[in-house]
Design a protein around this ligand. Structure first.
Ligand SMILES: Nc1nc2c(ncn2[C@@H]2O[C@H](COP(=O)(O)OP(=O)(O)O[C@H]3O[C@H](CO)[C@@H](O)[C@H](O)[C@@H]3O)[C@@H](O)[C@H]2O)c(=O)[nH]1
Length: 415
């Protein structure tokens, strides 16, 4: 346990609507952070990991979505965790560090000794307690969760070099064009409140540079057209890169699972990862399939208590079924997310797919993807209220909301 002066605040950066474009058509209905993975909103997973942090006093979600979109979730989760959770809305995007900075007064009101900062679109086991312990032993202003990935995929992330012994962050480059390292930034951090001074320094330096540039008005014009808004500060490029090698930032490597959730395909993969994590953290959430009146369950499956599943259906592995869904006789579901109020009729098959709210899949139909989570059409996605008629086959396709499919399609985007 931590000492009595310790007070920890967790901040989850949820971004806003313009950031969710790669997540279409699913983000047309629900803010990406609230899209269900393993039956719980995406942001619920980091929030429930915060439960393990000793002396946690408050959780903030910072974003530029409308406040009403988060109101219901925030009040129910505060009640459930018995830790206050608040949504703080930016009037416009300020960047991952600028967004944090714009609410520094709110955060500092809690007199935190540590700030746990989390990207909402990452899926991992969030080893926050161990990170906090490591951070205290390093003694810098921040500790970054890092993981080794393949050299081919590293360039999608912040690549970094750390001292093998001291774990100090020696070098940091955000999404570099040429390979630096296969050790990458997981988007999970522990900071001391000094992080606010580091962000403030960026503002100061920008002001000084702008003053210098005023000497030449042509140069000023040139740089103004290229520059980000003055109050937009990115945690990675503007803070982590310049602080590397100054004995201020340290790294903590996870050997557990980690993925980034930018696309619907990755949400299906991450739903599976969280389902398998439930085996250790929340086994009561996994469907058992025991009993004569229950469907056959294989592998990790979540079924919302209000969903109705016919006992002759066969479900799993990696299936998550949301509220009020109805799954008919003889249905086979493998690796899929079935959202609220979906109806799947007799003997239909759904594999490597996401079926949107209120959609219906007719008898003997087949909705299937090849299961390449990173490919553009690697899984099939049906938007809200899509009707797939009886005996229709939909393969590796994306269907926008409110469409009716009367004929079979393959590798198509139906607008
Ligand atoms: N509130 C708010 N949140 C923001 C803003 N901009 C980004 N975010 C949130 O901040 C997080 C980081 O988003 P980006 O800045 O777009 O970076 P990224 O492409 O996701 O990459 C970052 O995360 C990777 C790990 O997933 C890292 O590997 C990479 O280095 C980088 O830090 C996300 O959770 C996003 O929703 C903003 O203006 N305001």
């Amino acid at each position: 346990m931590g000492s009595s002066e310790e007070r920890v605040v967790a901040v989850i950066m949820v971004g806003g609507p313009t950031k969710g474009t790669r997540f279409r058509p699913l983000s047309l209905n629900v803010p990406k952070p609230l899209f269900p993975l393993a039956g719980q909103p995406m942001v619920h997973h980091p929030i429930s990991a915060c439960r393990n942090i000793p002396n946690l006093v408050q959780i903030y979600l910072i974003g530029f979505y409308e406040e009403r979109e988060f109101a219901l979730y925030v009040s129910s989760i505060s009640h459930e965790l018995r830790v206050p959770v608040r949504y703080l809305r930016e009037d416009k995007p300020h960047g991952s560090a600028g967004g944090l900075y714009s609410f520094r007064d709110h955060i500092m009101e809690e007199s935190p000794s540590h700030i746990v900062l989390l990207n909402c679109d990452v899926c991992c086991s969030f080893p926050l307690e161990a990170m906090l312990g490591a951070h205290k032993s390093y003694g810098g202003i921040g500790t970054i969760l890092v993981i080794k990935v393949s050299a081919e995929s590293a360039s999608q992330f912040g690549e970094l070099v750390a001292d093998l012994e001291t774990k100090e962050l020696l070098h940091y480059t955000e999404k570099p064009e040429t390979f630096v390292s296969n050790l990458i930034n997981c988007g999970v951090y522990i900071f001391t409140p000094e992080i606010f001074s580091a962000i403030e320094d960026v503002f100061k330096q920008r002001k000084e540079r702008a003053n210098l540039r005023r000497v030449s008005s042509f140069e000023a014009l040139l740089s103004a057209t290229k520059a980000l808004p003055a109050d937009f500060v990115r945690l990675d490029q503007d803070i982590l890169s310049p602080l590397a090698g100054k004995k201020q930032l340290y790294t903590f490597e996870t050997l557990d699972f980690w993925e980034q959730i930018k696309t619907p395909g990755m949400s299906l993969r991450c739903s599976g990862l969280y389902l398998s994590q439930y085996r250790h953290t929340s086994p009561q959430l996994l469907a058992s399939g025991d009993g004569t009146k229950k469907a056959t369950i294989t592998g990790d499956v979540y079924i919302h208590p209000s969903a109705k599943v016919h006992p002759s259906a066969k479900i799993g592995p990696n299936v998550s079924i949301s509220a009020n869904a109805r799954i008919g006789a003889g249905v086979r579901l493998i690796s899929c997310i079935i959202l609220d109020d979906v109806e799947i009729m007799e003997n239909a098959v759904v594999i490597h797919s996401i079926v949107g709210w209120k959609s219906t899949i007719g008898k003997w139909s087949r909705v299937q993807g090849e299961g390449d989570y990173n490919a553009k059409l690697g899984i099939t996605i049906l938007g809200e209220a899509v009707d797939v008629e009886d005996e229709v086959v939909v393969i590796n396709s994306v269907v926008l909301p409110n469409k009716t499919l009367t004929v079979s399609v393959q590798e198509e985007i139906i607008l």
